[in-house]
Design a protein around this ligand. Structure first.
Ligand code: GUN
Ligand code: FE
Length: 454
């Protein structure tokens, strides 16, 4: 009888550090019954050949073909699952108007469970097909539909972290889309947490409840305080939006005479398991509070180009030891692909460094040392996301989950421009980062189970 559940053979790319990748050429990956990488075996290791002899030819042996590579599955730290229904549209007006004109009316439709089922099935399948093996989701204010999203993640095999959104302030939210009142918002959240924790027991990959005040402007003080208490009582994840745009950042300053970060902290909402979206307007003292509390940033570079009035200074925040991962922010960001967001993270950082207004001199136009490399952006989408969630994911390394995507650079309809079969693997990696599309993602695995193939 074989010792491992699965044995994979092939070349993998994974982050060694934020700036460097590890390339394992033709290694073996030994996956145990829990879907964890129990051993990684180099071709020069003593038992490489005997392991191959044992597993080759059996159903649980998988060898990549020439031109195929393993990458860690992506960790998307910020997705509004209901907004998938408007992705690619409605990007013509600022955040406040966008929420009221398009987004709240759309999200209000998720009181209809059939509609929710249809959109949520599609967004989870689409993210898996784009290589996203773990996703941190905002659902809507509706408890039942939010639970449905968690059930769909559970059944499709995605590691979903799901929040029922809280918007309990009647003065700030439309009557057609908000919690009935603060006690109901808190009771629904508590019931939701308990239900998802029960559901989690039936899954291999895990699903997790997330305490989710939409953002400070949509919540009462009492609601925010109650949510902080629930997060502590059930030791849950927390997510929200923080200091995203001029308007959102200014709104909180006017209300509390302090920045979002400190206001959220006052309500017990900054924890090691907290992930805050955007954070473009963080000041250094806010960043230090994030580092102290273990709060992570979900950087959403495509969305930021539309709604954040700014570019996140990723390099500066990394230097301050803040954990950062990447988010698609569907549908503020139009793309379900973290490859697209990796590219935008690099592009935006370079525009921040150089500056964009040629009316200014070159010396005064930009922000020094702001650029990040493609390796750093890849780190954000994988290992950085895993660290942000404190889960053993996002790296191809022993004791990490077998959450991977198999990339085929030779798909006939979309061959990558690799003309030398001995091309340096560092260059192959960069071509994958810049040019890969969903059709290159042949297989996706989560916790040792195949969840997508094409
Ligand atoms: N702030 C509050 N809600 C939202 C949302 O749905 N998307 C974005 N980008 N920002 C928000
Ligand atoms: Fe968002």
């Amino acid at each position: 009888m074989s010792k491992y559940m699965q044995l994979f053979q092939g070349t993998s790319f994974s982050s060694k550090s934020p700036t460097e990748i590890q390339i394992l050429r033709d290694y073996l990956y030994c996956i145990n019954a829990d879907g964890m990488i129990e051993r990684i075996v180099a071709p020069e290791d003593a038992d490489y050949q005997s392991l191959l002899d044992t597993y080759q030819g059996s159903d649980n042996f998988h060898r990549l073909e020439e031109g195929q590579f393993f990458l860690p599955g992506f960790v998307d730290l910020h997705v509004h699952a209901p907004q998938w229904a408007q992705s690619g549209t409605a990007l013509d007006i600022p955040l406040y108007d966008w929420l009221n004109t398009y987004t709240f009316p759309l999200e209000s439709k998720f009181s209809d469970l059939d509609f929710a089922q249809q959109v949520y099935e599609d967004v989870v399948s689409t993210l898996l097909a784009n290589g996203t093996t773990t996703a941190l989701y905002f659902a809507t204010v509706h408890k039942e539909a939010s639970l449905r999203l968690a059930e769909i993640c559970a059944s499709k095999g995605q590691r979903g972290l799901v929040g029922k959104v809280v918007m309990d302030d009647p003065a700030q939210n439309p009557d057609f889309y908000r919690d009935a009142d603060t006690p109901t918002a808190l009771a629904d959240t508590e019931e939701f947490i308990i239900a998802v924790q029960e559901l989690a027991k039936t899954t291999k990959q895990g699903v997790y409840p997330v305490v989710t005040p939409r953002f400070i402007p949509s919540c009462t003080d009492e609601g925010l305080r109650g949510l902080g208490e629930l997060a502590a009582k059930y030791d849950t994840y927390v997510q929200s939006h923080c200091s995203e745009s001029d308007w959102a950042h200014g709104h909180v300053k006017d209300r509390f005479q302090k920045n979002d970060a400190f206001a959220l902290h006052d309500f017990g909402l900054l924890r090691d398991k907290s992930v805050m979206a955007h954070c473009n307007f963080l000041e250094d003292s806010d960043a230090e509070l994030f580092a102290e509390t273990g709060t992570a940033i979900a950087h959403c570079p495509i969305s930021n180009a539309y709604f954040a009035n700014s570019v996140l200074p990723v390099a500066h925040l990394h230097a301050k030891d803040v954990e950062i991962g990447l988010g698609s922010d569907i549908s503020g960001g139009f793309s379900p692909s973290l490859f697209d967001n990796i590219r935008q993270a690099v592009i935006s950082s370079r525009m921040l460094e150089d500056g964009v207004n040629t009316a200014l001199s070159a010396e005064t136009r930009g922000v020094k040392d702001a650029r990040i490399t493609i390796h750093e952006a890849f780190y954000l989408a994988t290992a950085g996301g895993g660290e942000s969630l404190s889960l053993p994911i996002g790296r191809i390394q022993e004791q990490y989950a077998w959450d991977v995507q198999a990339i085929d650079t030779r798909v006939p309809s979309a061959k990558l421009p690799i003309f030398d079969e001995h091309e340096d693997l560092q260059d192959v990696f960069q071509k994958i980062m810049y040019l890969a599309r969903p059709e290159h993602i042949r297989e996706v695995w989560v916790q040792g189970e195949q969840v997508h193939s094409r």
